[in-house]
Design a protein around this ligand. Sequence first.
Ligand code: GDP
Ligand code: MG
Length: 244
Amino acid sequence: MIVAVLPAYNEASCIGALLTSFCEAIEEEGKPCRIIVVNDGSSDATAEVVSRFKGRIDLDLVNHEKNRGLAEAIKTGLFRAVETSEERDIIVTMDADNSHLPGLLFRMVRLVREGNDVVIASRYQKGAKIRGLSLYRKTLSIGAALLFRLVMPISGVRDYTCGYRAYRAGLLKNAFREYGDEFISEQGFSCMVDILLKLRKYDPIMEEVPLILRYDQKKSASKMHVGKTVRQTLQLLFKRRLGL
Ligand SMILES: Nc1nc2c(ncn2[C@@H]2O[C@H](COP(=O)(O)OP(=O)(O)O)[C@@H](O)[C@H]2O)c(=O)[nH]1
Ligand SMILES: [Mg+2]
């Protein structure tokens, strides 16, 4: 079983298109797939748009009453995924803004089946293509990637921040068992990096596939606050470097 976790905050303009292509991809591949959408207190029609897909796909819509931020949404989604999956299932996270294409998911799943524990859709592998991302955001991402590779290298990883990843469910189950609530302790977007840093102790096999990032298909505003994310990420790096 594949379990996809989609954190969504005010994605009514994009998530319908994403779920439609998800349905098509699932039908083509014929693989059992459950989608957990964590609607994080959206003030738009995200929940209504998602609800329209009930019956068409195996869908689990979880609502946070108030907006709690990406980290809390990822925590809720991954916890739910881990609780309801078997060791050999595969848990995927991806953006709900239609910039990540579901077609790639099956390749990532295949690579987990081949023996990888974590597979990352990466902007820094040969064959990756990025449409529509501003030069400023591109530069920041490249800067972050270089810094991480220098200060906290993880074998097999170049893209530390992309939210499109596949994990062997057993690995996440171990992490939640051991860390409990603290597995996702960082607030905001830096939680994605921290997940990788925390998983290092299990010595997982990590692999990357080239990502096609269709930022041009994203109709919603980015929820990433650049200044805050840079600050949180640098603080995290410093903390983990000191072994905290
Ligand atoms: N649940 C939840 N999801 C969020 C929040 N902020 C961002 N997201 C989701 O996290 C994903 C990444 O955010 P996005 O705006 O796409 O960031 P960007 O792609 O880096 O510009 C999207 O699916 C958002 O809907 C939040 O506060 N709560
Ligand atoms: Mg996005």
